[in-house]
Design a protein around this ligand. Structure first.
Ligand SMILES: *Cc1c(COP(=O)(O)O)cnc(C)c1O
Length: 384
């Protein structure tokens, strides 16, 4: 099953951290894997592939048009570029020199996230300048409006993520404010593809999703929105977007992953995730110094994570010690980064199998009591 790990001598990983790039993000379904494998054997007219993908993505998402880029970081840079250049080839080739274009992008301070790079850098890479509204804790409509009406503003960038901080202007109100001032809006909703319809309903001019996160396509970014503007994002491949293009396998993988999502019974999926999470919690709670509970996704995605507290009296290890021991185990078990790392462990388990969840419980027992839990067969981890 993990022949590639053996072939290359790579360590084995159980990713309980979520759709996290440094751990390989997600697991693709067989139809996606099969389509990608086929695409790698063939040539395509890439212009036709982009055109067809645009139509299919529109049909599958309800957006007017869709374009595939290398990833959401690329989509951020190229969407900002599109707002600055329009369809003008001379402008597209001039970037990152923006001297003939409006080039200021407004962001609220609490949206200045770092997803592995600071989002401002993905914007600045296009040549644009970021102007910030409000403080880290707070941004009012008045503060946002006063920055939106500065000279040379070409767009508002919003972020919809659990990484955002503070009390910012809500997306609907921010979009209404920008549109009332004639300013287009981009929304970075990279990890929100499970609630894509809700994001699209907000009415941003461009909505950005990573296709490799919950959608589980090969690494690629979906840019959804008005056809003219989305196509202008694609035109950036004749400029700074050359190094951010999606290959044939990514475009085909993203389209097939969206088709699979369209066929998915969302209720049944959520039910299965809830059942698995419930069983994991019950298994964990059989370990005496451990209390596990379900934590619903704060962004309204249809799944819960599992939070684990250790009982300080009967457990002689701290939470960070247990986290480090899990990460050092074979297979390495990587938990989620969350707000109170010092007092609890958080597991995101959607893509994990029951066998992998048993390995987690078993490893936790070994770390906490130096032995596997009573009544639980120690799975042969070597064979997993
Ligand atoms: C993951 C993420 C990104 C980066 O997406 P990539 O597709 O990995 O480039 C950007 N913004 C947010 C909010 C994210 O969660």
């Amino acid at each position: 099953m993990r022949r590639i790990h053996e072939q290359l001598g790579l360590g084995r990983v159980i990713n309980a951290r979520g759709t996290y790039t440094p751990l390989g993000v997600s697991r693709s379904s067989e139809p996606v894997i099969e389509a990608v494998a086929q695409s790698l054997r063939q040539f395509f007219d890439m212009k036709e592939l982009h055109e067809t993908a645009g139509q299919k993505i529109a049909g599958l998402t309800g957006a007017e048009w869709g374009v595939v880029t290398h990833c959401t970081a690329a989509s951020i840079t190229l969407s900002v570029a599109a707002l600055m250049t329009g369809r003008e080839a001379a402008n597209i080739q001039a970037l990152p020199d923006t001297s003939s274009m409006k080039s200021r992008i407004v962001m609220q301070a609490g949206h200045l996230i770092n997803y592995g790079q600071p989002i401002e850098q993905a914007i600045r890479l296009s040549g644009a300048e970021v102007v910030v509204a409000g403080s880290r804790d707070n941004c009012t409509e008045k503060e946002l409006e006063s920055i939106l009406s500065c000279d040379d503003v070409c767009g508002l960038m919003l972020v919809h993520s659990r990484l955002c901080r503070g009390d910012m202007v809500k997306a609907e109100a921010a979009i209404a404010l920008a549109h009332a001032n004639g300013i287009p809006v981009i929304i970075d909703a990279a990890a929100q593809d499970l609630v894509m319809a809700d994001i699209l309903a907000l009415g941003a001019d461009l909505s950005l999703f990573s296709a490799q996160k919950y959608l589980a396509a090969p690494t690629s970014g979906l840019v959804l929105g008005k056809r003219d503007l989305a196509e202008t994002v694609h035109l950036q491949e004749g400029g700074i977007g050359r190094g951010m293009k999606a290959g044939k396998e990514a475009i085909i993988g993203a389209v097939v992953a969206l088709q699979q999502r369209g066929k998915m019974d969302a209720k049944a999926w959520a039910g299965e995730q809830a059942r698995k999470a419930g069983e994991f919690v019950r298994g964990l709670n059989r370990l005496t110094p451990v209390t596990a509970e379900l934590v619903p996704d704060p962004m309204g995605n249809p799944f819960s994570r599992v939070r684990v507290h250790l009982d300080g009296e009967s457990c002689n290890k701290t939470v960070p010690e247990v986290e480090a021991a899990l990460a050092a185990a074979d297979p390495a078990i990587i938990v989620q980064d969350h707000a109170d790392m010092a007092t609890s462990l958080m597991f995101e388990i959607n893509p994990l199998t029951e066998q992998e969840l048993e390995i987690i419980i078993s490893q936790l027992a070994v770390i906490v009591f130096n032995r596997p839990p009573d009544g639980m067969r120690r799975r042969n981890i070597q064979e997993w």
